[in-house]
Design a protein around this ligand. Structure first.
Ligand code: ZN
Length: 70
């Protein structure tokens, strides 16, 4: 039997990187998927548009944040 105790959030990275990097990757992916609220109109359709740019697709409110979190 092969051991398969990897976390779901680590999918797609394989064992190429160290445990620390994989842990960080899982946290970042969780951040990206998390629903956020637009600070302008309160809509939950506020998400990352590209690295460093977060935008609301309801009111077009745009804000510059960090690449993986706001
Ligand atoms: Zn908005």
């Amino acid at each position: 039997m092969a051991k398969s105790s990897e976390h779901n959030s680590m999918k797609g990275l394989g064992a190429k990187y160290g445990a620390t990097v994989r842990k960080r990757y899982g946290r970042i992916m969780g951040n990206l998927k998390r629903t956020r609220r637009c600070p302008s109109c309160g809509s939950t359709r506020f998400r990352r548009r590209s690295a460093g740019i977060w935008a609301c697709s309801t009111c077009e409110y745009k804000v510059a944040g960090e690449a993986y979190d706001i």
